[in-house]
Design a protein around this ligand. Sequence first.
Ligand code: PHE
Length: 360
Amino acid sequence: MSIADLDRIRAQAVEAIAASADLEALEQQRVSLLGKKGSVTALMKELGGMGPDERRAAGQALNVLKDAVAAALDARKAVLDAVALDERLARERVDVTLTVRPEQLGRIHPISQTIDEVVAIFGQMGFAVAEGPDIEDDFHNFTALNFPPGHPARLMHDTFFLPEKPDGSRLLLRTHTSPVQVRTMLKQKPPIRVIIPGRTYRCDSDMTHTPMFHQVEGLVIDHSTNMAHLKGCLIEFVKTYFEVDEVPVRFRPSFFPFTEPSAEVDIGCSRAGGELKIGAGADWLEILGCGMVHPNVLRNCGIDPSEYQGFAFGMGIERIAMLKYGIPDLRTFFESDLRWLRHYGFVPLDVPTLTGGLAR
Ligand code: PHE
């Protein structure tokens, strides 16, 4: 092979490389030149049959050829990569100035919507939102809330327990949002005014119970907070949430270990003609439990009951969502049926506010 041969081969190779129209054609060029069976590779193999002097000269010339080919390949690849990127950017262009098409964003689940509404209403009254863990210990879920060990009220909670730990204690899935009352009082001094939305768990499953459900808890503690404040606050909530001017509300004596006195709250409704209407009517519907925080609970949380007092309430989110939005079956909330969600779901970005409207 003469130097002139090599120059010619190089010129042809560089020209062919520069003419490659796309990355695939370029790759073919690379294989046919530098690949295992490529033409430059074949020339390199000839070096083996040469004498030492001849091999040195030819070797140098061949290396120059190989470097030139490799450089040409790199240069062309950079050009073609840039072209490919430009094409892709043009193809995947997104017009961010287009108006939002909400249907592409899916729907807000009625549980989320209801929590947002409740938070908006109590937020307006000056309540802050507090949260706690789903996995609780016995102290926060029961003992601090004045359920003594062995108290029959514990059994009514159908608790899911985690496996026993070496010390014999068992964590559990919280059976209500009330443990977050305890957590709040332990870390925050009165005055306290919080609502606590969250998931709760009980080992129960039928038409009206699911093993996981949601509650929202309320807690107010101050020097002279009393039952009248509790009633006023809840009546105001019920009217705002159900978007009616007048709702008959009934406080029925009840029992919870952590409140004294305790009450359950019913709201008036009518079922005339098979249609449920919230407001004046012949029937009552239970919607929540409440009461004045038991002095033992305050004491367990390091708050002096001779100085402070307050009220608490707890309400089922699914229940008030079913009542407001006419959802007949509790279990459908958790079936993830898209047709159900499209029907009962809410438009995203329409965040509930008292001024802008709660639900759309
Ligand atoms: N935690 C109670 C329940 O789950 C509800 C409740 C909360 C009652 C706060 C009174 C005060 O049934």
